[in-house]
Design a protein. Structure first.
Length: 114
């Protein structure tokens, strides 16, 4: 009886361990997750080195080689530069650009209307 219980406990542990290798919902494997994390790190490093792209205002996520950019850019040029930098990274298969360009408000603080 003890052997049966021990065998059952081991079987449950092994099954749980195999299911845990899926890392994140939607990921193919642990290796793919590591590759995506590496791509994300390289994109962020490239942003940090580029004087036209704000690495702190643009979020980078990678899933199966597809880089998703989101956040805010100060200009269309910054937005496009971020996309070009992401595309230049080895392993990137596509770039989804959801970066919004901050609009400069034409409203001015007018204290004469008091």
């Amino acid at each position: 009886m003890r052997r049966l219980i021990s065998a059952f406990v081991i079987a449950v542990a092994v099954t749980s361990g195999v299911a845990g290798c899926a890392v994140t919902k939607g990921q193919e494997s642990t290796g793919q997750y590591v590759d995506d994390a590496t791509i994300t790190t390289h994109v962020k490093a490239r942003f940090a080195k580029d004087p036209t792209v704000s690495a702190t205002h643009i979020k980078v996520d990678t899933m199966k080689g597809v880089v998703h950019l989101s956040g805010n850019a100060k200009s269309e040029a910054e937005r496009e530069q971020a996309v070009q930098l992401a595309r230049s990274i080895s392993g990137v298969t596509d770039v989804k650009n959801d970066i919004h360009v901050e609009s400069v408000s034409s409203d001015t603080n007018s204290s004469t209307n008091r």
